[in-house]
Design a protein around this ligand. Sequence first.
Ligand SMILES: [Zn+2]
Length: 218
Amino acid sequence: MLNSSTPKFSLNLTRRVFLLFAFSMIALGSAQEKSHVSELVNLADLSAEFEYDIRYATEHNFIGQVLYDCAQCLLRPEVAEALGKANDYFRQKGYRIKIYDCYRPLDVQKKMWSLVPRASYVGNPYGNGSIHNRGAAVDMTLETLEGCYVEMGTDFDHFGRAAHIDNYNLSEEILANRKLLFEGMQKFGFSPIRTEWWHFSYKRNFDYPVLNTPLPCP
Ligand SMILES: [Zn+2]
């Protein structure tokens, strides 16, 4: 009896240990997922001084479809804090930041890539992804404190030479507006990319993990 019951006990014990291990791994996985989501903050909770035009929450974007359930700007806390400082800087000069896009879930990146598979315009979701997927990039422009449009040469998500930051074949007014934008953002740790005047990545951005949590709705 002893001999026959011992292996059974061992088997049960092994199974229990395995189940405990499996549940621990699931719990650990979901805890890590939560901790990544909680690493993002809503810019509106930090400051009420930003304007918003979250294009991917509307059909007014290069895909022509609503890609976000809610119009939210989520960012890494240090990125949001730096953006707040940049906005204070612009406000002292009579302008404020208008936000087009912040954190972008990886699934949305995949949808964009399926329609525009050009790495110079859309980060490859099967490669390094976009800094937007890491909550460390912002697409934005400036407007005056009175809400007047500031001309930057093209609309947001214009894919062409006119949007390139090394295109100087523009009016003096546009070049001055872009200079104000780039110099202000660089002071607070943001770098532009060559093909999109509206895009700014925060420093050390590839250290952050890619996220795929949908934008939370209030
Ligand atoms: Zn961007």
